[in-house]
Structure formats: C-alpha cells, structure tokens
Design a binder for this molecule. Structure first.
Ligand SMILES: [Zn+2]
Length: 272
C-alpha cells in the first residue's frame, strides 16, 4: 500500500454536476446508488493512472483481477452497524470516497488452497461504533476507521511484510494501529496464499539487495569503479521501494526495519 493523493485526480469536465444530479435523482426518485453506477465507473481509468493500474490496497504485480472503483465507506449497508438503515448513501457520488481496488481486496471470497477468506464487501468497522454516521449531517470526523486507507497519509507505513513467509505484518508497535493492520489483513484478504508467495519473493530479493549494497559499501576504496558498483546497488533498492513497484509500501517498510547506523544511506533511502 502507498499513499494516494486524491487531489491529483483529474475529473472529466462536467463530472461534479453529473454527480450532484445523480445524488438528487437517487433521493427524489428513490433509486439505489447502484442504479446510477455509471457515474463512478466512468472514472476507473483516471483512478488507475494514479497507481500505474495497481490496486491501491495490495499493490500486487499485474492485476490480480479486473480492478474497480470501491466506496471506502460502503454506500448500501455496513455489516458492523448497529442501526438500520446503514450505509453512507450521501457519499455514493463523492469521488473522495472512491478507491481503486482489485476484486480480491474488495469482494468476499474464499481461498480454498490457502484456507483463508477475505474481501472488504460491506465491512467498515470503527474504533468506536457509537459515533458512526447514519445521515449526512452526522460528523464523519468523529469516526476512526479501523481499515487502513491508502488515501490517509501515514496508513501505508503501518503495513509490513514477514521475511519468513511473506505474510503481512504490522510495521508499528502501537497497539491500536496493530489492531487496524490485523483487521485490514483479514478484510482486504492480504493473507491470501498466492499474494503471500509473490510478496515473499519480492522481500527476499530486496533483502539480498540490501546485503549486497552493504558489501559494496564496505569495499569502497576511493576508486570510481567501486563507487559505481555501490551506486548501482543503491539504485536497485531505490527502484524496489518506489511507488509503482510491486508491494512498494511493504518493501519501503522493510528497508526502514533494516536501518543501521553503520550504513547511514539506508536512512537516506527512506527519507528521499
Ligand atoms: Zn488488491
């Protein structure tokens, strides 16, 4: 997962008016948000551009499936809500509530091979259920979503990856945020077997690149030849942790974990 700056989303001319009209139609004619789904579906390609077509949650290489626009706050109903009707209908046509995610992260499904199940579907757990918004006048800022959000700066830095198994793990000691990671792994199905295997290959490869760069650093002797070798090793790491690379967020967090005062350039890599 990497941070996605929603304000970089370029909307088609007239889209905001179209969205407002759709919301009015929904309210006036008693339509369901899904009856007007073309309004958000037409944005899919534009959203894809922000992440090099990768799912904003899992950042899997090539598409695990056909990605779609998901509503971060579910538009129809919320599985965890204590009152009915639930669901953030008033956000159905708000582009700030849209996330570009794959059907593995989005739709409930079972991985028979790995024995796991997941998929966000209509889940949206909160830290404190009592403050959940049910109507447009309720204050969304009172809510603390438990799901990690790629559009919330900082959330992506909470998700790491195990060097042993490729399993997604918390990259924080904070208990509340560790709980958020745990819930997100489950609901986004980030522990799916095929995904873990892809992540494991990537993190082991990165770990070797770090070890190799340390060796090149130790070999520096002032000659341009050795300097060049070291710089190439650094570039390989930088490439692996740059947005647009496979699982770049988890790879970034791995470099952070490998920081070492004897090798200050590791810190520089994550600062840049
Ligand atoms: Zn995904």
């Amino acid at each position: 997962m990497r941070w996605i700056d929603q304000e970089k989303i370029e909307l088609p001319e007239g889209w905001l008016e179209r969205a407002a009209a759709a919301k009015k139609d929904m309210d006036d004619k008693g339509l369901k948000p899904d009856d007007l789904s073309d309004v958000w579906r037409c944005l899919k390609d534009r959203f894809a551009l922000l992440s090099d077509k990768r799912c904003w949650i899992c950042e899997a290489p090539a598409a695990r499936s056909d990605n779609a626009i998901d509503h971060f706050r579910p538009k129809n109903r919320v599985a965890e809500a204590k009152q009915e009707p639930s669901g953030y209908r008033w956000l159905a046509f708000d582009y700030r509530n849209f996330r570009y995610i794959c059907t593995f992260c989005n739709s409930r499904r079972l991985d028979v091979l790995g024995g796991t199940a997941g998929g966000k579907a209509d889940h949206f757990p909160l830290r404190n259920e009592a403050v959940r918004a049910y109507v447009a006048t309720d204050d969304l800022d009172d809510e603390e979503p438990m799901l990690l959000d790629p559009c919330e700066d900082g959330d992506w830095k909470l998700l790491g990856c195990s060097l042993e198994s490729g399993h997604p793990v918390p990259a924080t000691e904070d208990l509340h945020h560790r709980k958020r990671v745990e819930i997100s792994v489950e609901l986004y199905h980030l522990h799916q077997d095929a995904l873990k295997k892809m992540r494991l290959t990537q993190i082991r490869d990165l770990d070797q690149k770090i070890s190799s760069a340390k060796d090149r650093y130790d070999e520096l002797d002032g000659t341009p030849k050795r300097e060049k070798k070291f710089k190439s090793a650094l570039t390989a790491i930088r490439r692996a942790i740059s947005p647009g690379s496979d699982f770049s967020g988890e790879m970034y967090n791995h470099v952070k974990k490998r920081r070492d005062n004897n090798y200050p350039w590791l810190q520089s890599l994550i600062d840049s």
